[in-house]
Write a protein that binds this ligand. Structure first.
Ligand code: MG
Length: 218
């Protein structure tokens, strides 16, 4: 089952939409030579992209450049649409740490030709996600250390306080376009330090107060 499991209750919730933000940290926008966005950049992964803790990412063979992007993931806990920013946090069920695995060569080509990112971002196993921590256990989701180690070496290290668009604004914006349902996930964007991984690499992503995610590259 494509589900996310809550750490405390052990409840497994089937995952629906996986909404993802592009360029939500200014330093990452800079390293991609892209401008700061005026409104959230949203793309989707299918629920079949989900990979559980302990799994292995298996990229399509036509890509030669698989990149890691560590991100805080918001788990939606209540259905809603047209949610105001002031009510948005009531719709959060919990938080997890995830990896937005990206075929960078395929994405670069798509950007160049004005084509969609679905292949570069949505292939099977492109969305590893940890156990979820219930929202009431996370005091301030906008001040959590977010990091990624590859084979024991730190590749990404930042804090969710550096996000350009805050969770409440993201929920308000995306819910004006897509009805949010229990079990939908929102990947909130990656900080700087993205880079390549190869077969045999071991990745360990960590989000303070929330958890750790360990996966391998097939
Ligand atoms: Mg990303």
């Amino acid at each position: 089952m494509n589900a996310v499991t809550y750490r405390g209750s052990g409840e497994a919730v089937p995952v629906g939409k996986i909404l993802c933000l592009g360029r939500n940290y200014i330093e990452h926008a800079r390293e991609m030579n892209s401008p700061k966005p005026a409104r959230p950049i949203v793309f989707l992964k299918p629920s079949t992209a989900l990979l559980q803790d302990g799994g292995r990412v298996c990229a399509p063979t036509f890509s030669r450049e698989l990149h890691h992007e560590v991100e805080m993931v918001v788990v939606i806990g209540k259905d809603g649409r047209n949610i105001s920013a002031s009510r948005a946090m009531d719709f959060v069920g919990g938080y997890a740490v995830g990896l937005d695995m990206t075929l960078r060569d395929v994405q670069s080509e798509a950007k160049e030709h004005g084509l969609p990112w679905s292949v570069a971002k949505g292939f099977d196993t492109s969305a590893p996600v940890s156990y979820a921590m219930e929202q009431d256990k996370v005091t301030d989701p906008h001040n959590l250390t977010l990091s990624l180690k590859v084979n024991g070496k730190v590749r990404q290290h930042s804090n969710t306080k550096h996000m350009i668009f805050r969770i409440e604004d993201v929920i308000s914006y995306v819910s004006s376009i897509f009805t949010l349902e229990v079990g939908d996930l929102i990947f909130t964007g990656t900080p700087e330090g993205v880079g390549p991984v190869v077969s045999g690499d071991q990745l360990e992503a960590e989000l303070e107060c929330v958890g750790t995610l360990r996966i391998g590259i097939a």
